[in-house]
Design a protein around this ligand. Structure first.
Ligand code: MV4
Length: 453
């Protein structure tokens, strides 16, 4: 096992990694920006090193400064958390070139999975079902139109270097196709400096189901079953659950096996997620790989009893997985609510400021993953996730009741939060029946308000 690890992240995930290190008996060093100098979790680390100004490019995205901190602190490994540099293949490569273990997959696998067209090619070769579409980036507009006709409208134009919905356009018919293609390419070029796009059949009202993977450096790959992350607004997840409530067990089994085949085919190691779309007939289609620990990993931890962050560290240090696939069983049901400092009444505008009051929920089956405390000021420079409320209970209904109870206990004063929205979601009948998909929040639950003047 490592003697000392550097955490190259902030907020709740930095604290989550610090906690894992402590339980493993590993010393932990955390970097921070000037905006985070008063963050309460810094005291829990063995050492905290300031790496620069508030702006991420001067701190959490600044590779030379993070490597310098790792050198100064004399760590053996770097945990990137999620976001920031976590899926930057150059950073992973530089860590290893500098003799620091990168706690994540090999840079080659990150690079390959970063190109969605590559990921799909690997998936198809591994007999993992994909959405029907172009086999790779498309060529001329003329070729693209011919391909769109073959696939059949509506089609979705996606950025090869994309993910999270950027550079994505639906084209419903031939008349709008050329314009949609051009605007998708422009957006992709601006966002990713890569205008390459590909085509897929548009799946109507899909669910977003993902499979958690763990792979060691000795060829062992297991999956930790699935999560449903369909409750999203503008590609920002709001609520996640495990297991996906509407998936028949036979489909669940095949989904897990498909994810393992894919991970093996790319030489994936450490923790990762295979994302799938699931249509109303429970057909599933691979769409992309997330080569990092994810925000929603706790729902899998609650239902499988596996500490995924400790597993990441163990794997990176060269340990073999200590359990086999048949020892990973789903127990009960888990939900996570993302608590953001945003105002749902003002189009989810970020609401930074001082936390003047805080009441944290507790009791059996309730988990609160958060870096905030009363008196702490949320800096305006980073994303607005301030906490994750997670529950675990024997059945989905029990877990819903527990979440309602925990949400009623949770009080955050001083900033606007998404708590009221979550309270409404957990009282909604369609949600209770699992009858929601990725379009539901914006289509049915909170359609955009008409602008009055
Ligand atoms: C799709 C789709 C329908 N058909 N692909 C959005 C982000 C990226 N991860 C993939 N996304 C989608 N791909 C096909 N062929 C619908 C979405 C989509 C979506 C997917 C997952 C979660 C939320 C979503 C919200 C809107 C659209």
């Amino acid at each position: 096992m490592f003697q000392r690890i550097l955490v190259a992240n902030r907020g709740e995930i930095a604290l989550r990694v610090i906690r894992a290190c402590k339980e493993l008996g590993v010393e932990v060093v955390v970097v921070y920006s000037q905006a985070d100098r008063n963050a309460p979790y810094l005291e829990l680390a063995d050492r905290a090193i300031c790496i620069g100004k508030a702006q991420s490019t001067d701190s959490y995205l600044n590779i030379p400064r993070i490597i310098a901190a790792a050198e100064v602190a004399d760590v053996q490994a770097i945990h990137p958390g999620y976001g920031f540099l976590s899926e930057n293949p150059d950073f992973a490569q530089i860590c290893r070139d500098c003799n620091f273990e990168f706690i994540g997959p090999p840079h080659e696998a990150i690079r390959r999975m970063g190109l969605k067209t590559e990921a799909k090619a690997v998936a198809l070769a591994a007999k993992v079902p994909c959405v029907p579409g172009s086999s790779g980036p498309i060529g001329s507009p003329h070729e693209a139109m011919a391909l769109a006709r073959t696939i059949g409208f509506p089609v979705l134009i996606k950025a090869a270097a994309g993910g999270g919905g950027k550079g994505m356009r639906v084209s419903r018919d031939e008349s709008s196709f050329a314009a949609s293609l051009q605007s998708a390419k422009n957006e992709a070029e601006a966002a990713f400096k890569n205008s390459s796009v590909y085509l897929e059949k548009f799946i109507d009202k899909p669910k977003h189901v993902e499979v958690q993977i763990l792979a060691d450096n000795h060829g062992n790959v297991v999956h930790c079953w699935d999560r449903d992350c369909s409750l999203q607004r503008r590609h920002q997840k709001l609520v996640e659950e495990a297991p996906a409530s509407t998936l028949p067990n036979k489909v669940r089994q095949r989904l897990g096996e498909a994810a393992v085949r894919l991970a093996k085919a790319v030489g994936y190691t450490n923790a990762g997620t295979c994302e799938f779309l699931v249509d109303s007939d429970n057909n599933f289609y691979f769409i992309e790989v997330n080569a990092r620990i994810q925000v929603e990993h706790p729902v899998t931890e609650m239902t499988t009893g596996i500490d995924l962050v400790k597993q990441q560290i163990r794997i990176a240090s060269g340990e073999k997985l200590s359990f086999s696939q048949d020892q990973i069983v789903i127990r009960g049901h888990s939900f996570e609510c993302r608590i953001n400092s945003e105002d749902p009444d003002l189009d989810f505008r970020p609401s930074a400021g001082k936390i003047t009051g805080l009441r944290i929920p507790g009791g059996p089956g309730v988990r609160w993953d958060s870096h905030i405390q009363a008196g702490y000021s949320i800096p305006p420079n980073y994303d607005s996730l301030i906490g994750k409320l997670i529950v675990h209970a024997p059945t989905r209904d029990d877990a819903m009741a527990k979440m309602r109870r925990a949400l009623d206990e949770l009080v955050i004063e001083g900033v606007q939060t998404t708590i009221p929205l979550h309270k409404r979601i957990f009282r909604n009948e369609a949600f209770a029946e699992g009858k929601v998909d990725t379009t539901w929040i914006e289509r049915e639950f909170m359609p955009p308000k008409p602008k009055l003047d």
